[in-house]
Design a protein around this ligand. Structure first.
Ligand SMILES: Cc1ncc(COP(=O)(O)O)c(C=O)c1O
Length: 397
């Protein structure tokens, strides 16, 4: 058994398939958080003795994130979650009346509603990039998916498109979007739209360096596929966003010197990604996320990890395809650890979740579209997959 698996108390008494909602927290990470909290109290929570410790914690955490994403540390902004990583820079982009936002039809409600409100306040138009109906699967799937996405993108881009919003890995179908190709097309567009990428499902699951480097805004959280604690995420910002976007929810962390506010200074903000950071946050979580990311990295490099995930999701996909009353959303084996499906019978997804939960098997129901979603990670076992399949079979036939 992998060390990571044995270090996850949440997996000892249940069959867990909700990594896309929240990953389980390793015991070692919980200990790292507690120890950091104790250290802060022993140094004194607001003393000259604690500042070097806090500053080293932030630098080390940004360092591991920067390396994980293949970017320089100055592009890393720490946030609480994916949504704030998306919306903090979103509101600071230089929009003009009549600009357009192109948003995929698979985005999370929080980001969709932020874009809608932004459009309402600043007189922007919203266009929809259709990707939900792309259901390819199988050996050559990625090339086909890429060309379908690019075809739809080229159809929907308008001369006034100023921003494209898309997830790296779609949270409902589990398809991987070609962020590198999309960014190439946008850089050749007359209006050079910004590219905002929701990395909720990709960070910790699939290789992300190319996408994190090429997107203008690449927002992630530690608490899903990276096994981190809830309450700590981040966003990678491009040089262009750092130069052209203005800070939004401004606080003392955005400032170079707190003392500069009463002096004549038209630009008191950090020039790096800290310009989007706000104020006091939970320092002990930093040690927890670092510990989780180190445990994840110790399980294999990013290619080895996604290969293991795909091996497991193939098993699950194959077993689920044998259940006659079940419809898999993808037409072929998945390229990620996310598998969605529905049932022919009248049983509602929420009811399926309840019935499985009674057997300590946890998947989730999606609201729009109304599907069921099961996720496998490197810590999933083949026995767990068998249990999920046999329990599903038992409750639905
Ligand atoms: C694709 C996607 N975006 C955003 C979110 C919201 O995440 P958070 O609560 O970290 O902002 C989720 C959560 O499930 C998600 O799947």
């Amino acid at each position: 058994m992998s060390f990571l698996r044995s270090d996850l108390p949440a997996l000892s008494n249940k069959y867990y398939f909700n990594y896309g909602g929240q990953g389980p927290l390793p015991k070692s990470s919980l200990d790292a958080i507690t120890n950091s909290w104790i250290k802060i109290q022993s140094l004194g929570p607001f003393t000259n003795n604690v500042w070097p410790y806090i500053s080293a914690e932030v630098t080390q955490t940004k360092g591991i994130i920067a390396k994980f994403c293949g970017v320089s540390i100055k592009r890393v902004c720490l946030t609480e979650n994916v949504t704030s990583g998306c919306v903090l820079p979103l509101w600071g982009l230089p929009f003009s009346n009549g600009d357009r936002i192109l948003i995929s039809d698979c985005e999370h409600p929080g980001i969709v509603s932020a874009c809608q409100e932004l459009a309402r306040r600043f007189n922007l138009e919203i266009d929809i990039l259709k990707v939900q109906l792309i259901r390819e699967g199988g050996v050559d799937e990625q090339n086909k998916i890429n060309s379908l996405v690019i075809k739809n993108l080229e159809k929907e881009l308008k001369s006034r498109t100023k921003l494209v919003v898309i997830s790296h890995l779609l949270w409902n179908t589990g398809a991987i979007m070609p962020i590198g190709l999309i960014s190439e097309i946008l850089s050749n567009h007359n209006n050079q739209p910004f590219l905002l990428v929701d990395a909720a499902q990709s960070f910790g699951q699939i290789p992300i360096k190319e996408a994190a480097t090429k997107a203008d805004i690449y927002a992630f959280t530690g608490h899903k596929w990276a096994f981190g604690p809830e309450g700590l995420g981040g966003v990678i910002l491009s040089e262009r966003v750092l130069e052209e976007a203005t800070p939004t929810i401004i606080g003392w962390k955005s400032l170079v010197h707190e003392g500069s506010i009463n002096k004549e200074n038209t630009n008191p903000f950090h020039s790096d990604a800290r310009r989007f950071e706000v104020a006091t946050s939970c320092t002990p979580l930093l040690a927890g996320l670092r510990c989780s990311m180190e445990l994840l990295i110790n399980e294999g490099n990013e290619i080895e990890r996604i290969q293991k995930i795909k091996f497991l999701s193939y098993k699950l996909w194959e077993e689920l395809s044998k259940i006659k009353t079940l419809n898999l959303i993808l037409k072929g084996p998945p390229s990620s650890g996310i598998i969605s499906f529905t049932f022919n019978s009248k049983i509602r997804p929420a009811e399926v979740v309840n019935l499985l939960g009674k057997e300590s098997v946890w998947i989730r129901a999606l609201e729009d579209p109304v599907w069921l979603r099961a996720c496998v990670h490197i810590t999933t076992t083949e026995d767990e997959i068998q249990t999920l399949v046999s329990t599903l079979r038992a409750i639905t036939t």
